[in-house]
Design a protein around this ligand. Sequence first.
Ligand code: ASP
Ligand code: MG
Length: 443
Amino acid sequence: MKVLKFGGTSVGKPQRMHHVASLITSDDSPKLVVLSAISGTTNTLVNIDQALAEGKAEIAQQLIDDLYQHYQQFLQELYQEPDALQKGKSVVDDHFGLLKRLQGQDYQPEFEKEILAQGELLSTKLFTIYLKAKGVAVSLLPALDFMAIDANHEPVIEVIEKKLKALLSADEGSGLFITQGYICRNHEGNIDNLKRGGSDYSASLIGAAIKAEEVQIWTDIDGMHNNDPRIVEKTFPVSRLSFDEAAELSYFGAKILHPASIWPAQKFNIPVRLLNTMQPEAAGTFISQDTSEDEIKAIAAKDGIVAIKIKSSRMLLAYGFLRKVFEVFEKYCTPIDMITTSEVAVSLTIDDTTNLQPILDELQGFGKVEVDRDQTIICIVGAQVAGNRGIVRKAFDSIDKVPIRMISFGGSKNNISILIDTKFKKPVLDRLNIGLFSIDLIE
Ligand code: ASP
Ligand code: MG
């Protein structure tokens, strides 16, 4: 069985849903289809929850009304058959009924997860009604019946596997299943989610749980590109990546794939294919254990980075200094991305600034602390990039006019990371595109 995940824009318009329906029914191989919410819905649900939490009843009401209208319009274009339209309307009324009920009560923090779950519940139910009206045999599998996370918010693959396999084997053999991305139940049995963009993660967890033949992530671009296509002209899709390369790229800014979605696939060796709904015949990107020999695969950039330098002569010849520094970050649950050290100073970067102030306050105790905000990590990825002198020279030659704040080299053989001020991001990405991919030659 293959797992196919379609993102918000792939189901964002009624015509796109029609198109996805024809894609998944073009042959009758068994498929488990994971859907995101219709694009824009989750953002609106976040705003609704926020308005309710802040007691802004009128704003919440307006947002709910506008979203309801959007769905009414959507239904009209989605269905041709009156019966399907009727069913769709009652699904929409059900889910908006829940939003209105919550709105009428005193706000509780538990509302948030329930509100955010409505997007995927709606998209999958509306899509299933559409398929059934077309005469397609399909079963809707409720993700809330199998997708489980533990008290640390980590998915529990064994539970997912057991519950999902039971659901699949209870089915009468339609061979086509639809389920919700993103949503799950937590250790207390309450509705929860895998965080924003988590539908990719759902697909990969499902693929791992059922040992799928492959996981396909369908979006609106033809695979992972060699450089950020929103910023740089003349980028191209990378045809093959190893799991490690894809993990580095998605973590360091390639928006096409949720960074957590690599490990389940990697652990169970399930290949992942990134495909374009608008151009289904394009090869996309194939992610697997092996990789092609190309030494350089892609460049990604991650903004919103803060660099922290701790300078202390106490570090000189001392042991245990780094541990004390790292413990501060651990205490505030803040991951560190890059680290460089000299004998008297350590520089590191974070992107989660929620607890920046208390972190800085504690670090002051170890020495002089300096902070640089608005930094960007540029990450160059490929098999052996860090071991290839030619690539290293070309990379640094092409950006020799740009001040570099940190370099991380040798942490893994397939990554070189450079920290720069965000204002240099575009020129750096442009020059690396020319310098590393000889882009001007590929017209
Ligand atoms: N609908 C959720 C979001 O917008 C999950 C996803 O689309 O991946 O974040
Ligand atoms: Mg996404």
